[in-house]
Design a protein around this ligand. Structure first.
Ligand code: UT7
Length: 325
């Protein structure tokens, strides 16, 4: 049987130049390097420069993914940008990126699923490709969370950073087995009743202002550990695979303790887990594509490797994906 698969043909990323360390934060907040490292695994984060917008970060990541893919920008027929920090309320920041790239043949729109945004965007692009509505898709996760943080709230502001990552997906024929290269499956979930655990207290239709991120950290943590394990098991079972088949586990980077807990539950050794939270902090929708970029650049993730991704974010939303690289 021949099926259409969405194959990752290139991966890119971008991190703003400015680095903010835990020690620098401790100079202006009642916190410490030790607390932040112990509770989250974070040592530093990148912060976008004044005037540097989400579309700038997204463009830089997309440009580097295009270079890695060796694909002409005119071949891109779809741009999906996962972000919760768009340049403007409208239009979609994806259209700004389209213009910056000169991707004149693409349709472009944003996906809003907070930290699960990249998994949601990958699933959407995969379904467009599988149905024949797209051939070559640029899927980006880009955030400037530094702009929606309450820098007086030590319970949240120490945890996040700015950045962008991107992959290029191309339609290729497969046999319909798990040996195929490309996206093997995606599983998405949400539960709107959990809104109050993680949200931004503003918006165009409510306060007319952008607002700040609010989080019940302990509760989010509890849901993350349970739901991430469930959705990864769901991915494995749907494909008749087990954790021992996974070459690389690339989880959303929210907390090193959540990553370790999920990997342990699945029985995946630490040396098969890609961790970037120490350097990048939580970059929301950008965290998975940034981690993919890091691990492809240093030659950990190679062609034909089986990669498991998963994320949980505000909404709440959560999801997983299995990709044969
Ligand atoms: O990407 C979206 C998903 N997001 C997440 O998955 C985040 C999930 N949550 C977490 O990662 C953790 O809950 C946190 C890292 C946010 C917090 O860790 P925790 O172990 O749950 O700490 P806590 O919130 O229970 O706070 C423990 C103590 C509190 O003091 P008391 O009440 O025990 O006296 C906090 O006030 O730590 C205090 N605290 C801090 N101390 C120093 C909170 N933030 C800080 C801080 N520095 N930055």
């Amino acid at each position: 049987m021949t099926v259409r698969r969405s194959v990752v043909v290139g991966c890119g990323g971008y991190l703003p130049e400015k680095i903010l360390t835990n020690d620098e934060l401790a100079q202006r907040l009642d916190t410490s390097d030790e607390w932040i490292r112990d509770r989250s695994g974070i040592t530093q984060r990148h912060i976008a420069a004044e005037g540097e917008l989400t579309s700038d970060l997204a463009f830089a990541a997309a440009h580097s993914a295009l270079g890695a893919a060796g694909v002409s920008v005119q071949d891109i027929d779809m741009i999906l940008l996962a972000t919760s920090t768009p340049d403007e309320t409208f239009p979609a920041t994806a259209t700004v990126v389209q213009s910056k790239l000169g991707a004149d043949n693409a349709m472009s729109f944003d996906i809003q699923a907070v930290c699960s945004g990249f998994v949601y965007a990958l699933a959407t692009a995969d379904n467009f490709i599988k149905s024949g509505q797209a051939e070559t898709a640029m899927v980006i996760g880009a955030e400037t969370f530094s702009r929606i943080l309450d820098w007086q709230d030590r319970g949240t502001c120490v945890l996040f950073g700015d950045g962008a990552g991107a992959v290029v997906l191309k339609a290729e024929p497969g046999q319909g087995t798990t040996a195929d290269r490309g996206i093997l499956s995606t599983h998405l979930h949400s539960d709107g009743r959990l809104h109050d655990l993680l949200y931004v207290d503003g918006g165009p239709s409510s306060t007319g202002e952008v607002g700040f991120l609010r989080m019940e950290g302990k509760e989010v943590f509890r849901h993350a550990v349970v739901k991430m394990a469930e959705v990864t098991v769901e991915a494995l079972e749907a494909n008749g695979l087990t954790a021992s088949d996974i070459d690389w586990f690339v989880p959303h980077q929210a907390n090193k303790r959540i990553i370790d807990g999920t990997a342990k539950k699945l029985g995946i050794n630490g040396d098969r887990v890609v961790v970037t939270i120490d350097q990048h902090a939580n970059t929301s929708a950008a965290s998975i594509p940034l981690a993919l970029w890091v691990a492809t650049r240093d030659d950990r993730i190679k062609r034909d490797n089986l990669v498991l991704i998963e994320a949980l974010g505000g909404g709440m939303t959560w999801g997983s994906g299995l990709v044969r690289w």
